[in-house]
Design a protein around this ligand. Structure first.
Ligand code: DCP
Ligand code: MG
Length: 373
């Protein structure tokens, strides 16, 4: 046994933030299967079960080879009996009975469609399912009371559920950059999220906006959004005010708070697609449509919080979750998208870059392109 582990090479660390997870994913069939089970457990409010699958899948994402035999798992962390069984089924039989059952279940399929609507979370999706609703047409027909955001989400469902390409993200970046610099020269506009990690497509486009002179960013977003709106570039938007209060002390709760407190705008952009034929099966008017609806998030951060915001918005979601878990459990520190707090010394730890934050945490620096956990 000990001889075998010696020839297996370096061991994979337990926390995703200690691993380098580059693209591509050599085990997509397996990670897809585990992620379906994680999502299904989340739909069912089984948090523990969901986390177990959600931690196993990224381990397979991090290794630069395809697992072809169940025994390959022996040297890997985070694999409980259930996840192992799924991998065994797939490597031996080509598919997993349990995953297939989930994929074909009416509940999973319905919740997947409903939670794919912008503004509809898992709870709402489940409530609608319990009420007997099954399709988007049911939502439209029943004149279900939808809020303004869900209304827009339903209206642009097809566009918003087709991947955003890197090229489209770059086009949006030009538009946003132009609008921001019009009102605040010297501002810094950064494309974050999956594109910052090197992905070629994503479900939305995420931007951080800041200015090297702290305070200059205040009042900017409303001007930018009003201008974009006046140009007919926004199909929908809602804004959130800055609600961050500099803490003298941070509690562990602050690291579990998934939402940040930055001033933000959550929007649907109208992107011109002049030379492209939009595929559509419906009306003739729709066939000559020369625009596409895209989800765009604009987040404004004071310069001193920018490194934390950048680290928080670059993702992946699992990488973020693991950074915060590592900080609390291994370092007694509390990390969120605004700050890092050392609970042993009772001090906030300032940072000028993402590198500084990794250093405070005693972690090797991981490039954005290696955070695809
Ligand atoms: N995030 C956050 N607060 C929010 C929304 C997101 O801190 N209210 C974080 C979580 C992710 C990152 O920002 O780590 C980007 O969120 P996305 O949901 O856009 O995820 P990705 O960009 O990684 O995926 P995709 O390419 O599908 O957009
Ligand atoms: Mg994104």
């Amino acid at each position: 046994e000990s001889d075998a582990s010696e020839v297996e090479g370096p061991t994979v660390p337990v926390y995703a933030c200690q691993r380098r997870t580059a693209l591509p994913n050599w085990n997509q069939i397996l990670t897809d299967a585990l992620e379906i089970l994680a999502e299904e457990a989340e739909f069912g409010n089984s948090e523990g079960r969901s986390l177990a699958f959600a931690r196993a899948a990224p381990v397979l994402r991090s290794i630069p080879y395809a697992v072809t035999r169940f025994e390959d798992l022996n040297s890997l962390p985070c694999f409980g009996a259930h996840s192992r069984k799924i991998v065994q089924e797939i490597t031996e039989d080509g598919s997993s009975v349990e995953v297939q059952r989930v994929l074909h279940s009416e509940r999973y399929r319905t919740l997947k469609v409903f939670s794919g609507i912008f503004g509809v979370g898992k709870k709402t999706a489940d409530r609608w399912y319990q009420e007997g609703l099954r399709t988007l047409d049911d939502l439209r027909k029943k004149e279900k009371k939808l809020n303004r955001q869900q209304e827009a989400g339903l209206q642009h469902y097809t566009d918003l559920n087709s991947p955003v390409t890197r090229l489209e993200a770059d086009k949006i970046q030009h538009v946003v950059q132009d609008a921001v610099l019009r009102f605040l020269p010297g501002a810094i506009i950064t494309l974050t999220g999956g594109f910052q990690r090197g992905k070629q497509s994503g479900h939305d486009v995420d931007f951080l906006i800041t200015h090297p002179t702290e305070g200059k960013e205040m009042g900017l977003l409303i001007k930018v959004v009003s201008w974009l709106s006046s140009q007919g570039l926004l199909l929908y938007h809602h804004m959130k005010q800055n609600s961050y209060k500099e803490p003298t002390q941070m509690s562990v709760q602050a690291s579990k708070d998934r939402l940040d407190h930055f001033e933000s705008c959550f929007s649907i952009f109208k992107l011109d697609t002049p030379n492209e034929q939009m595929e559509s099966s419906s009306t003739a008017a729709e066939n000559i449509r020369n625009w596409k609806a895209l989800r765009v998030d604009l987040v404004v951060t004071p310069f001193s919080q920018y490194p934390f915001a950048l680290l928080g918005w670059t993702g992946s979601k699992h990488f973020e979750r693991e950074l915060r878990r590592f900080a609390v459990h291994e370092r007694k520190m509390i990390l969120n998208s605004h700050a890092l707090y050392d609970t042993k010394q009772n001090v906030m730890l300032p940072a000028h870059s993402e590198e500084d934050i990794f250093a405070h945490l005693g972690l090797d620096y991981i490039l954005p392109t290696e955070r695809n956990a």
